[in-house]
Design a protein around this ligand. Structure first.
Ligand code: OAD
Length: 260
């Protein structure tokens, strides 16, 4: 399935609940759950100072995705695309995981069965210590050769523009899934498995408009999971989840683990 953006957001319909009245319910469900899946988006890293894509200062408010995050853009002007990713690398390199990233690591440690699916490419979940995870949109600290397709880690800041493969000398590209590209089949398979099998899905800090991840809450719900959304705002998924908690991820996610 290719990555695409659902610009048309449906009207919000369902009820939303105040955080206080539902925290205890979510805590109990979380403590009892045997099989937990977490889906995260840019909102969880917003609390670390990483810009989101669609918020007030979101990247797609100031930059055009079609100029920077498509295979056609890279073919047209690889220097421009690399310059943009280099700027994002410089920015992300100064950021640290926050309390929400750390709480998810603790959840991984406590839950009998656990999987984290992140749309974020910033690597902050790994930095925090998450190990059972799929970075379905790639990782900004990895590069992929356009010739031999080898993937390698590259933490250079700044990265040389343009970077070339040390093995075959072809141009390297960011190891990111761009608009119009497909997610890795193995990642899709893993997502399908964990969404079908989880008894609780936590959806944190995603606007829920980029597919296939935007469909994950529905898939889990159809498979019988209790679905909880944590977001500053309402989203197209708010009306279908069991509990929608509004607030900052860095405040709410730790509260789900440790009652105050
Ligand atoms: P968006 O920028 O679309 O959405 C961020 C969401 O986080 C919004 O719903 C905000 O309300 C919420 N949010 C912001 N700050 C928050 C906070 N402190 N606590 C909780 N929620 C907060 O980001 P994504 O949904 O992740 O793709 O975007 C999906 C994909 O679109 C990205 O992975 C990226 C982009 O194009 C690629 O780069 C391939």
């Amino acid at each position: 399935m290719r990555l695409y953006d659902d610009a048309a957001r449906p009207e919000e319909t369902g009820p939303r609940m105040a955080p206080g009245s539902n925290l205890e319910l979510v805590r109990q469900r979380l403590a009892a759950a045997r099989n937990i899946t977490v889906l995260t988006g840019a909102g969880i890293s917003a609390d670390s100072g990483v810009p989101t894509f669609r918020g007030a200062d979101g990247l797609w408010r100031n930059f055009r995705a079609e100029d920077l995050a498509t295979p056609e853009a890279f073919e047209r002007d690889p220097r421009l695309v690399w310059a943009w990713y280099n700027w994002r690398r410089e920015l992300i390199a100064t950021k640290q995981p926050n309390a929400a990233h750390l709480a998810i690591v603790e959840l991984e440690r406590r839950a009998p069965t656990f999987w984290l699916v992140t749309q974020n490419v910033d690597g902050l979940h790994r930095d925090a210590g998450s190990r059972k995870l799929s970075e379905i949109h790639g990782n900004i600290w990895k590069v992929r050769c356009t010739g031999c397709h080898a993937v390698s880690e590259n933490r250079d800041v700044p990265i040389s523009i343009l970077p070339f493969c040390p093995q075959c000398r072809a141009l390297l590209r960011p190891h990111i899934v761009w608009f119009g590209e497909s997610l890795l089949a193995a990642d899709l398979q893993q997502c399908s498995t964990v969404l079908r099998n989880c008894d609780l899905l936590l959806v944190i800090g995603t606007s829920g408009v980029v597919y296939p991840a935007a469909g994950f809450a529905t898939l889990a719900k159809e498979a019988g999971a209790f679905v909880v959304e944590i977001n500053l705002d309402s989203t197209p998924q708010s009306s279908l989840v069991d509990v929608s908690l509004q607030g900052r991820a860095k405040d709410l996610v730790p509260l789900l683990l440790d009652p105050t």
